[in-house]
Write a protein that binds this ligand. Structure first.
Ligand code: ADP
Ligand code: MG
Length: 317
């Protein structure tokens, strides 16, 4: 706990890093870090690496996300990309930029979220950087191991494959829509927006089961499957009746006057995994939602092209 009037300016960079890392336990494959110039750890097979930045005012608002939830979200979003390559997540690096007038407790709570999600995901926080800035920016870098498997890319879907989903879609977007509308948000949807439930471990097991392509649903199911369709030069046919509408999403969609399917098909940030498998090879726990047909590259829902991008794009307004 910090003094009520304490700010980061008073704690200093090293005091802050100490608070982020206090009591950190590391698994045996991490040989050095944090505290040295760089981390040293061993992996099995090829390395998978990815990074994702969270910028205040762009990806989150301090008034809508608790620091703990934001810490969880940064880890979840990064690790989901490692999972989507068919890799097992191993380590995470964290670059944190914070304003000098921030309450140090914000950072302590954020770090608690980072560490809790690292534990859930099975990754070790092995290092990072801490610096001051005007707005809060938290950038994660996740490292995974392929353990001898081939990476599962977006480019391997083949006509005849089944399309399947692991994890949930539409929850975070529904929570966000209610927040934006200024209406009361049920706890389950607020939690979903605050921090996603990533199906950790499902990426590696999908690869073992023979997934031909995979992607994490960060922008929206249709939008992300369009990336798969384009990279694989195939058409993806989705059957929307395969996606059951949860009662929370149905009720919220009524409040904001939208079709609940809109949330399930285009809502981002839940970080489910979508993959294609040879027919009959869809593993347990994956929901079959459609099939792959021969090109041209497109995603069709119930036989019709989905209007619009099918998800979120930072550069389109
Ligand atoms: P350097 O000057 O070598 O960049 P720093 O003073 O930035 O070292 O960091 C000291 C140690 O603390 C390093 O091992 C670094 O990985 C770790 N570290 C710094 N900030 C963070 C953070 N936000 N999360 C995790 N580890 C961090
Ligand atoms: Mg540094």
């Amino acid at each position: 706990m910090s003094r009520p009037d304490e700010t980061l300016g008073g704690v200093g960079e090293f005091g802050l890093i100490d608070r982020i890392l206090a009591g950190l336990k590391l698994p045996p494959q991490v040989r050095i870090s944090p505290g040295d110039d760089a981390a040293v750890f061993s992996v099995v097979g090829d390395v998978v690496a990815t990074t994702d930045a969270f910028v205040e005012g762009v990806h989150f608002r301090r008034s809508w996300s608790s620091p703990k939830a934001l810490g969880r979200r940064v880890v979840a979003a990064n690790v989901a990309d490692v999972e989507a390559m068919g890799a097992r997540p191993v380590a995470l690096l964290l670059a944190l930029c914070v304003p000098l007038d921030l309450d140090p407790d914000w950072v302590v709570d954020f770090a608690a979220g980072v560490r809790a999600e690292c534990d859930t995901a099975g990754v070790a926080l092995v290092g990072g950087d801490t610096t001051r800035s005007r707005d809060i920016t938290a950038t994660g870098t996740a490292i995974g191991q392929l353990e001898g498997r081939s990476p599962v890319t977006r480019a391997g879907a083949r006509p005849g494959d089944s399309v399947a989903l692991r994890g949930r879609t539409g929850w975070a977007a529904t929570g966000l829509a209610l927040l934006a509308a200024g209406v009361e948000v049920p706890l389950s949807l607020a939690d979903a927006y605050a921090a996603p439930l990533v199906p950790y471990g499902a990426g590696a097991s999908a690869a073992t089961a023979g997934a031909t392509s995979m992607i994490d649903v960060s922008d929206g199911l249709v939008a992300d499957l369009k990336h798969v369709a384009r990279a694989s030069a195939v058409a993806i046919e989705l059957d929307s009746s395969a996606l059951a509408v949860p009662s929370e999403i149905r009720a919220a969609a009524e409040v904001v006057g939208l079709d609940p399917r809109q949330f399930l098909l285009t809502g981002g940030e839940d970080h489910a995994l979508a993959a294609t498998f040879p027919p009959e090879a869809v593993p347990t726990g994956w929901l079959p939602i459609g099939r792959v047909a021969s090109g041209p590259a497109a995603v069709r829902v119930d036989g019709a092209d989905w209007p619009g991008s099918g998800g979120w794009d930072h550069f389109l307004r």
